[in-house]
Design a protein around this ligand. Structure first.
Ligand code: MYR
Length: 173
């Protein structure tokens, strides 16, 4: 129910904080920590997609635009309890931003000092990349801004690279 799912979210946030703290000890460069979080996320994403498709009951998407809406409105809501707003589409429509009002993996943790290039929630980028790869969609995902680093907002940028044809899909541009 509501209460137990709330509790497991708290536990997950704590566990995630511990993971990042450990990576800060294991790696010297923030870039390497970001990369490690992305790789871990990727491995989660390739497994999570089955769970997502089974639980969400969504129709297959036929455009990148549609896919991004599903990610924001259904997937983020389901797994992170937040709904990012989608905006800043580029002209040809193959790139846009997900704006998060709150950074969902962050509890009350303080950003580790001396980690000015660390994207604390970079796991999310890898999850999206891995999950989408399993539905034949190749994307780039990265944090463009992070409120934890002192930016005004938290912005995840997602870029369509290619679709490995399988079902009809309207390509951007
Ligand atoms: C399709 O075209 O088959 C549907 C594509 C929807 C893919 C959505 C993938 C989201 C996976 C979970 C993301 C978790 C967010 C933290």
């Amino acid at each position: 129910g509501e209460r137990s799912s709330h509790r497991s979210t708290e536990l997950f946030i704590l566990a995630y904080g511990t993971l990042v703290a450990q990576l800060c000890k294991d790696f010297e460069k923030d870039e390497d920590i970001n990369k490690e979080l992305d790789t871990m996320g990727y491995n989660i994403g390739v497994r999570l997609i089955d769970d997502f498709l089974a639980r969400s009951n969504i129709e297959r998407c036929h455009s990148f635009h549609e896919t991004v809406q599903v990610i924001a409105k259904v997937a983020f809501k389901m797994y992170l309890g937040v709904t990012p707003s989608v905006s800043f589409w580029n002209f040809i429509g193959d790139e846009c931003s997900l704006f998060l009002e709150t950074n969902p993996l962050v509890g009350s943790v303080e950003m580790p000092v001396k980690h000015t290039s660390l994207f604390y929630s970079n796991l999310i980028c890898g999850i999206l990349r891995g999950a989408l790869e399993m539905v034949c969609l190749e994307v780039d995902v990265w944090f463009a801004q992070d409120s934890l680093k002192g930016d005004k907002v938290t912005e995840i940028r997602i870029k369509f690279i290619r679709r490995h044809a399988e079902i009809p899909f309207n390509h951007p541009s």
